[in-house]
Ligand binder design. Structure first.
Ligand code: NDP
Ligand code: 8X3
Length: 247
């Protein structure tokens, strides 16, 4: 029987690249996201390459819908908690409370809702691997990024506690913490302003979704006795949230 990987936020960027990569590694993919057409395209692409893919269209912020969609799944060997976003880049006195709700509800509560349904299945099976998408913003806090940084600090704390909670059940927890990755992330952060988004990567060769998928695939295939707790990945031109060398 094929191993099953559930990937949230598989319609774009890191999640999409991870779904394609894990399908190539032989996993049956359960791909989720809110954009149904994108999920359908992904399913076709995976199946055309000889892989297996099921799609589930839902918003991770909707707890009842998360439970409805994920409860019937019998087995998940690998959960990639990837769905997330940054919304806005503003000083705290000018930030949009709608943006704050979106980030906290998706990056923190959405991850928790998905984990609450899937982790008991892993506990019953006596094995499993949860990979959370954190960020360098999970340990560094920068100007204009208070709520995004807070949400990723929460993912960092959750990953450490989850690892401890699930240790005796034979479940691995890995946190992948990228720096600059060129996806739709900045376009979403700037509410669709493509020019401003492109400026983030000016003079830098950023990481790609495929680069992060490579790291996830590597962490997922390690022997049972070996776990990556926390992996920080950045472009060679970046040394942290405050240091980027632009050519
Ligand atoms: P993208 O914007 O390209 O992808 C985000 C994915 O999350 C999409 O598939 C989107 O799907 C999904 N998503 C967002 N909100 C929801 C929601 N409410 N319910 C369900 N799915 C949702 O960005 P990335 O691929 O870059 O981001 C993936 C993760 O990586 C995020 O957690 C991000 O914080 C993290 N990260 C990104 C970095 C970067 O520089 N790009 C660096 C560090 C971490 P849909 O819209 O179809 O629902
Ligand atoms: C995304 C990386 O530096 O924009 O998590 O916070 S950063």
């Amino acid at each position: 029987m094929k191993k099953q990987a559930l990937i949230t936020g598989a319609t774009s960027g890191i999640g999409r690249a991870t779904a394609l990569r894990l399908a190539r590694e032989g996993y049956a993919i359960i791909a989720t996201g809110r954009r149904a057409e994108r999920l359908e395209e992904l399913r076709k692409e995976i199946e055309a390459a000889g892989g297996e893919c099921r799609t589930l269209c839902f918003d991770v912020r909707d707890r009842l819908r998360v439970e409805e969609m994920l409860s019937p799944i019998e087995r998940v060997d690998l959960l990639v908690n990837n769905a997330g976003l940054a919304a806005g880049l503003e000083h705290i006195d000018r930030g949009s409370t709608e943006d704050w709700d979106a980030m906290i509800d998706t990056n923190v509560k959405g991850l928790l809702y998905v984990t609450r349904v899937i982790s008991p299945k892993m506990v019953s099976a006596g094995h499993g691997h949860i990979i959370n998408l954190g960020s360098i913003a999970g340990t560094e806090a920068y100007e204009n990024g208070a709520v995004y940084c807070a949400s990723k600090h929460a993912v960092h704390a959750l990953s450490q506690s989850m690892r401890a909670d699930l240790l005796s059940s034979g479940i691995k927890v890995t946190e992948i913490r990228p720096g600059m990755v060129e996806t739709e992330f900045s376009e979403v952060r700037f509410h669709g302003d493509k020019t401003r988004a492109a400026g983030v990567y000016r003079g830098v060769e950023p990481l790609t979704g495929d680069d992060i998928a490579e790291a996830i695939a590597w962490a997922a295939q390690l022997p049972a006795h070996m776990n990556v707790n926390d992996m920080v990945l950045m472009p060679a031109q970046q040394a942290g949230a405050f240091y980027t060398y632009r050519k």
